[in-house]
Design a protein. Structure first.
Length: 273
């Protein structure tokens, strides 16, 4: 199926940062069969908004992120970031993956500055910002350590700093805390919320965790599989900053139960006996 390329730019409302329209993504298997990963995806993400995508394995969450990032081709439809059609990775965007992909032979500060080197920019001009980011995320004093000296949570903090070093306005996060233990994950959820509230980035956050999605997000996009499609977009109207105790409130519980009920309706989770 050929992608509908459309125009190179599309006027968007000033507060729309990402627009996905009628997006399809299919993969061809070696034996010649075609598998539909995404079908008819429509999604707007407003500037400065924190949007999480939650759904079962195989529903296309990560594929959607890769299409928005310009690292996976679309089969049909169009994606615009800042009004420009996405054909390659957009400017002013960064990605954080589940694996931190740090370079173990480089120090923490050199890992953070690595994107600057790749773009052949002067590291000296970004050094102060690198130190500020590490301090902001709780790693002041770790600049000369190596990744193999850090915990998993600390490594992921470094990966977040590396993503933010060039001050991107769009931050794409693909299950960044999925490999961490529950306590570290809780801690980094709060750190990420604090970082987001202080920088006003637009964040698209992929997760399997209903609780994590509700805790962090302005909106939660719920997806189903076979093919990947959006079931519902849910506005989360809870005061910020949110603490871990918010998970015990009736309001939080209502959001989580509603999302769980959507999955139960598809037979993906068992309801009450």
């Amino acid at each position: 199926m050929e992608a509908l390329r459309g125009s190179a730019s599309e006027p968007l409302e000033p507060d729309i940062h990402v627009r996905v329209r009628d997006l399809d993504k299919s993969y061809e298997l070696p034996q010649g069969d075609t598998v539909a990963a995404l079908r008819h995806i429509d999604l707007d993400i407003r500037r400065g908004e924190f949007v999480s995508v939650v759904g079962p394995s195989g529903c296309g969450k990560s594929t959607l992120l890769k299409c928005i990032a310009g690292i996976a081709d679309v089969s049909a439809g169009a994606i615009h970031v800042d009004g420009r059609l996405v054909a390659d990775p957009p400017d002013n965007m960064a990605i954080v993956f589940q694996r931190d992909i740090l370079l173990d032979w480089r120090t923490v500060i050199d890992n953070v500055l690595f994107p600057i080197e790749i773009r052949r920019q002067r590291k000296e001009e970004h050094l102060a910002r690198a130190h500020d980011l590490l301090a902001l995320i709780g790693l002041a004093g770790y600049e000369r350590r190596h990744p193999w000296e850090l915990s998993g949570g600390q490594r992921q903090r470094v990966a977040i700093c590396r993503a933010l070093i060039q001050e991107p306005q769009l931050l794409l996060m693909d299950e960044p805390f999925g490999a961490l233990d529950a306590l570290t994950r809780d801690e980094l959820n709060l750190e990420l919320q604090r970082l987001w509230m202080s920088t006003h980035k637009t964040v698209l956050f992929i997760t399997h965790s209903i609780g994590e999605a509700v805790l962090l997000s302005d909106h939660v996009v719920v997806m189903a599989a076979a093919p990947g499609r959006i079931l519902e977009r849910i506005a989360v109207d809870l005061p910020r900053p949110r603490t871990l105790d918010a998970r015990e409130t009736p309001e939080f519980g209502r959001y989580a139960r509603h999302i769980r009920a959507l999955f139960e309706s598809l037979g993906l989770l068992r309801g009450k006996p």
